[in-house]
Ligand binder design. Structure first.
Ligand code: PLP
Length: 448
């Protein structure tokens, strides 16, 4: 083997052989030790420098049950021994069949069909292709436009990137954008909503932006609108009261499909199976990933209405209805983990627990209000964001300093620019959430 006997993660990282995703690779290479994770248990990681750090974002929003759950390890081992892989093209197996049923049972009424992928990006691209295919089968192939939203994040596939609304993820790849994509304005305006607890009451009117785009492009050219019910990656932007309802109304009125990207909000983070139920708005398509397998084996997917599924299930009996899918769609190991994750969520009443923890996180986060360096604090479900005012030295400088100091104080933070996003594990205790925010307060104070 090429691996040296004395493998040193720091020395190896310094070489930069591993080109890391969404990473300032040269900065990481210059000082990898504090950011090298060596183990994880429950809600904590251990770093190479020996710090035990609280996992404030559940990995990347994906490990709500915490790390190294013994039941998940057992399920993986058992499934490995029974059926470690089976193709899902023209063949099937019980794990994926039963997991699809279970997910459909948790989904909103009338959404009874699940297509599996392996990530959020793949789920989004699948959803966009479902929307195009649906209209085409119905004789409306001229509905080719997709409407995303500013500040939206829908992964990094060509489709998800195109409907996404974060400049840095787009500018290098302008030549690869899907044709016919437009964007709604985002709903964030600190003048009207800074330091709001839960949903802002200002901003439902921003949904009228969809009417503007309908007037501009004509509804007959628009296939779908895709939004995150709560914008996560951009730093937890909470939908104004009535906003999602209004989007639904406009879509219905014009025959446009509504896609909720629930990659972060799905499976409990809003204190309900899906944000759709939390906000009482039913989309036509839901995308999911992350929490369904607690981040342990990659899995994503799409849930569609009976109307969409039935539209595809026409034509010759032996014809493949949707020429789309992935080698690992419905992977047996992912399906097995999905089952045990849902078992644990059910048996431990974790959606209820999230509901109970929501006001604890809210109070803890908003207790930092008045800190001079903080521009905004927002929250919903078991998510929150603390937005820092940019330091004089430039955007992101304060955020980076807070990240580094927090590691020393026992917090692994997710910082993008000057926004700190929180999505703690569902297994967090009230005490841990309070400590998380009080420690952040001290870190901000010491960084200045
Ligand atoms: N959609 C949303 C809403 C997300 O938050 C993410 C990831 O954070 C994705 C899609 C992409 O998921 P993945 O990184 O698994 O491709």
């Amino acid at each position: 083997s090429k691996m040296t006997a004395n493998f040193d993660p720091v020395v190896t990282a310094e070489k930069g052989t591993y080109w890391q995703p969404f990473t300032a690779n040269r900065a990481l290479r210059a000082n990898p030790a504090p950011r090298t994770m060596v183990s994880a248990k429950g809600a904590y990681y251990q770093t190479l420098e020996g710090h035990k750090v609280f996992d404030t974002l559940s990995g990347l929003w994906c490990t709500p049950l915490g790390h190294a759950h013994p039941l998940i390890g057992e399920a993986l081992q058992k499934q490995f021994e029974k059926l470690d892989f089976a193709p899902s093209f023209q063949l099937t197996h019980s794990g994926a069949l039963s997991l699809a049923q279970r997910i459909a049972d948790m989904a909103p009424e009338g959404m009874n069909h699940v297509f599996f992928a392996n990530s959020g990006s793949e789920a989004v691209d699948t959803a966009l292709k479902v929307a195009l295919g649906y209209h085409r089968i119905k004789g409306a192939g001229n509905r080719f436009r997709m409407i995303g939203r500013e500040r939206g994040y829908h992964g990094v596939g060509f489709g998800g990137m195109s409907v996404g609304g974060i400049l840095s993820n787009r500018k290098m790849f302008a030549a690869g954008m899907m044709p016919g994509v437009d964007h709604l304005r985002h709903t964030y305006d600190p003048k009207h909503m800074a330091f709001t607890r839960g949903q802002p009451t200002w901003g439902a009117d921003r949904a009228e932006d969809l009417e503007r785009l309908v007037t501009l492009h004509d509804a007959s050219t628009i296939a779908a609108v895709i939004v995150e019910p709560v914008q996560g990656s951009t730093g937890v932007i909470v939908p104004p009261v009535g906003y999602l309802q209004r989007l639904r109304e406009i879509c219905t009125q014009h025959g446009i499909l509504l896609i909720f990207d629930e990659v972060i909000t799905g499976f409990g983070r809003m204190g309900a199976p899906f944000a759709s139920q939390r906000f009482d708005v039913k989309p036509d398509i839901i995308t999911f990933a992350k929490a369904i397998t607690n981040g342990i084996v990659p899995m994503g997917g799409v849930i569609v209405t009976d109307e969409i599924y039935n539209t595809f299930m026409t034509g010759p009996q032996n014809a493949i209805e949707f020429c789309h899918g992935y080698t690992y769609s419905g992977h047996p190991l992912a399906a097995a983990v999905g089952h045990v994750v849902l078992d644990i969520m059910e048996s431990e009443g974790l959606f209820e627990r999230v509901k109970a923890l929501e006001p604890v996180l809210e109070d803890a986060a908003h207790s930092l209000k008045g800190t001079p360096q903080i521009a905004d604090i927002r929250n919903i479900g078991l998510t929150a964001a603390v937005e820092l005012k940019p330091a004089e030295a430039g955007a992101g400088v304060r955020g980076a300093a807070v990240f580094e100091e927090a590691l020393k104080q026992g917090l692994l933070l997710r910082v993008t620019g000057d926004i700190i996003s929180f999505g703690p594990p569902f297994i967090s205790t009230e005490e841990e959430l309070k400590t998380m925010m009080s420690t952040l307060g001290k870190v901000i104070e010491s960084v200045g």
